[in-house]
Design a protein around this ligand. Structure first.
Ligand code: SAH
Length: 348
């Protein structure tokens, strides 16, 4: 038995590893290590969720952003990005279509768009919850202040996605301009949890300058923070960012990390992300085989989908939400799973 297999067993038994152990697990892992972790992760997923995969309909409602994350295609410095912003009516239309296709969670995601301040978002959330009381609303609109998050929570928002991006401050500072703050982002995450949001966080795999050391810290942070959801996918370069020539993240490492997250946090909601489906045509299916239990098809109008380009060659920019749902159902069936129509809340 290799040391890495022993470490995977240890993680499964004790749900924690030391920094050094994480590093040695990530450095030089093989396909058979990954397959070993995947088998455990898949079993844990099945024990908790059976063969059901939750779906969330995502509406990418604006690509305006006041931030300038170096990796992101909709950062404010990208003058080539064609900006768009959906109206409340547009968004409600997406929800209506999504509801008819069986979605019971709506995820509203955007850049940090000053034209959609928290008050405006709160009204929108209230309207969605009024029209669809049986649905969960997830927000993914970036960093705000406590009172603003409180306003959104009071309006009925159930969940919030805010990836920490990296748990190492020096690394964070290499991925973001100096006006963005690691402490603030981490503070937001703690606030979100305190306010009772089901809180999602996560990191890109293979972001520029990331090594096994940073990934080890990410895993330790996830263990300590105990998020309800973990979003993680490969870094993929975007042609109009300063990271355009940086190599993309590793597909195999992303799958390995998914499996390790499932082993460490057996109850967590773990999406097989669009970035994973972009780096490999069977990425999302493989994600599920490595412990993922959530898929987030796009509900945005097809007319704007291509404009929400965080990275190059993003998939699923053509199909309608009904087609997306059908495509996902078929993909899940091919790996022995079924799409589950329910809110799919976190449970212990
Ligand atoms: N503005 C919001 C959400 C939008 S971005 C926020 O700040 O949370 C959603 C996620 O996409 C980011 O958290 C990041 O992890 C990921 N992302 C951005 N650019 C990417 C790229 N080039 N490759 C892969 N993932 C990327």
């Amino acid at each position: 038995m290799t040391d890495r297999i022993a470490l995977i067993d240890k993680l499964n038994e004790q749900k924690t590893l030391s920094h050094e152990e994480w590093v040695s697990l990530f450095e030089g892992f093989t396909d058979s290590d990954r397959a070993y972790a995947a088998a455990i992760a898949k079993e844990l997923r099945e024990k908790k969720f059976g063969n059901k995969i939750f779906i969330r309909g995502i509406v990418e409602f604006s690509n305006y952003c006041k931030n300038d994350c170096f990796y992101c295609g909709i950062c404010r410095s990208n003058k080539n990005a064609e900006r768009y912003r959906l109206t409340e009516d547009d968004i409600l239309e997406c929800c209506a279509e999504g509801y008819d296709s069986g979605f019971r969670t709506f995820v509203l995601q955007s850049g940090e768009d000053p034209a959609y301040p928290p008050q405006r978002m709160a009204e929108l959330v209230r309207e969605i919850k009024l029209r669809y009381p049986d649905c969960a609303v997830t927000l993914s609109i970036g960093e705000l202040e406590r009172a603003e998050y409180q306003l959104l929570r009071d309006a009925g928002a159930d969940r919030y996605l805010l990836r920490h991006e990296t748990a190492v401050r020096a690394h964070y500072e290499k991925l973001h301009p100096s006006f963005m703050s690691f402490e603030h982002r981490m503070g937001c995450l703690r606030t979100l949890k305190e306010l009772g949001f089901q809180t999602g966080t996560g990191m890109m795999i293979g972001s520029p300058f990331q090594t096994a050391h940073e990934l080890a810290e990410d895993m330790i942070f996830l263990k300590e923070f105990q998020p309800h959801m973990v979003g993680t996918g490969p870094f993929l370069p975007h042609r109009d960012t300063i990271f355009r020539d940086q190599p993309k993240g590793s597909y195999e490492l992303t799958l390995f990390v998914l499996a390790l997250v499932r082993i460490m946090l057996p109850n967590v909601l773990l999406p097989a992300t669009t970035a994973l489906g972009t780096i490999n045509p069977r990425g999302r299916e493989q994600g599920v085989l490595h412990g993922a239990n959530v898929i987030m098809p796009n509900l945005s109008p097809t007319s704007v989908r291509k404009k929400y380009q965080l990275y190059d060659n993003k998939i699923c920019t053509e199909d309608s939400s009904e087609q997306c749902k059908g495509c996902i159902a078929a993909r899940m069936k091919s790996v022995g799973c079924e799409v589950e129509v329910s809110r799919g809340d976190y449970s212990e």
